[in-house]
Design a protein around this ligand. Structure first.
Ligand code: DLZ
Length: 170
């Protein structure tokens, strides 16, 4: 199992070099707010700890996880951030909503990031139950919000690094 006993917040390989002067959007789903609120606090804390100015963290909320890709798209269109983090929590229920929502959000984030070339980070928990979600939103398995924040910074770093390299003699 992918993250059994793994604390998501101790994210190895996060060679964060410079998060100064980054503008990062965060779109958070209101569904399962107890969980998504913790993800959001984790993401903000990590971005600030890495040097992102509070005024450069652009916060928006959408009703549910299904709306995250469109919320991210609106944000990109209007504010052109360096990256957008999508935070949500989809919990398995008795209907097939879970599959439809999870796949749509994952595909939506990926498609948007490739279309715009702006990193759109998938910070969405997809769990069997509420307890599993709590464990991954500041519990024993860390906080996926932290992980999403590191991922955003890493991707912006990579883009900036390659942009600098472009045009330099090899
Ligand atoms: C409808 C619904 C259900 C059943 N479950 C969740 C969930 O676990 N997590 C979540 O973020 N949103 C859920 N939603 C709401 C949908 O994401 C969406 O907001 C509605 O279907 C309206 O498009």
């Amino acid at each position: 199992m992918a993250s059994k006993k793994k604390n998501l917040s101790s994210f190895e390989g996060a060679s964060v070099t410079d998060a100064g002067e980054m503008r990062i959007g965060i779109v958070t789903a209101a569904w399962n707010k107890e969980v998504t609120g913790s993800l959001l606090r984790g993401a903000i804390k990590t971005l600030e700890a890495e040097g992102v100015d509070r005024k450069d963290i652009l916060l928006y909320e959408v009703p549910g996880s299904f709306e995250l890709p469109q919320g991210a798209s609106f944000l990109i269109e209007s504010l052109q951030p360096d990256a957008v983090i999508c935070l949500g929590c989809v919990i398995q229920g008795e209907t097939r909503h879970f599959e439809f929502i999870s796949h749509s959000v994952a595909d939506g984030c990926m498609n948007l990031s490739l279309k715009t070339n702006i990193p759109v980070i998938f910070g969405v928990l997809t769990t069997d139950n509420h307890e599993q979600a709590i464990q991954r939103a500041g519990g024993i398995h860390g906080n996926k919000g932290d992980e999403a924040a590191y991922t955003a910074i890493q991707m912006v770093n990579m883009k900036r690094m390659l942009k600098k390299k472009k045009g330099q003699p090899s």
